[in-house]
Ligand binder design. Structure first.
Ligand code: URA
Length: 211
């Protein structure tokens, strides 16, 4: 698919999402925060859900977590315009509470389409929510991070959510930099064949990707 086609199809999907009332989160939102970045990015980030600044501006990761994410990208030689950033839920949970399972379920179709259209070589999941959703695991992020997991013909590299680094300081920041370095190395090697995780050999369409 050309970059123009991807961009056009993402715009159609964003328009659809902007009118979404599939879960209770639409009641409190100012803006649907669909996603931001290059439609053909090799690297896609998935956070949790918009906070106050994101809800007001309609752009993911523009608050303090976003500033840290930009700094981390620079540390591994990347910039925001060359990656794509989205969230598990596209509307702000009230008071920044955790998204609930029914809200995640109601929203995941948009994320599935975003991943399919952008078709990144590597998805970096930021924190527990996106990691658990994609890798269907209950194992926490501290144990999951530091590795690349084959996932539907690409790789998932889980890392901490930037908010955890803001809370916990330089050690977490350095672990995130190490995870992002791993992500860039996987991208450089992507000509190697990628085998899907054992037991997950059915095509994404058949299982709704995240079921
Ligand atoms: N935290 C997230 O998970 N996503 C955002 O967009 C902002 C903060």
């Amino acid at each position: 698919m050309t970059i123009e086609d991807r961009a056009a199809r993402l715009r159609v999907l964003e328009k659809e999402a902007s009118a979404c009332i599939n879960c209770r989160l639409h009641q409190g939102r100012t803006t649907v925060v669909f996603g931001d970045g290059a439609p053909n990015a090799d690297l896609m980030f998935i956070g949790e859900g918009p906070g106050q600044h994101e809800d007001l501006q309609g752009v993911p990761f523009v608050g303090r977590s976003g500033q840290l994410l930009s700094t981390l990208l620079e540390r591994v030689g990347l910039s925001r315009p060359e990656v794509y950033i989205a969230n598990v839920v596209k509307c702000r949970p009230p008071g920044n509470r955790d998204p609930r399972q029914d809200e995640i379920d109601a929203c995941k179709g948009y994320l599935v389409e975003q991943i399919k259209l952008i078709d990144p070589a590597v998805v970096v999941t930021l924190g527990n929510f996106s990691t658990k959703l994609l890798l269907k695991t209950q194992v926490g992020i501290t144990r999951m991070r530091g590795q690349a997991y084959p996932w539907w013909g690409r790789h998932v590299v889980p890392t901490f959510h930037p908010a955890a680094a803001l809370r916990n300081g330089p050690r977490v920041v350095e672990e995130m930099v190490s995870d992002l370095r791993l992500a860039t190395q996987v991208i450089e090697q992507r000509t190697l064949p990628v085998e899907d995780a054992p037991g997950e050999a059915r095509p994404p369409e058949q299982i709704g990707l995240f079921q």
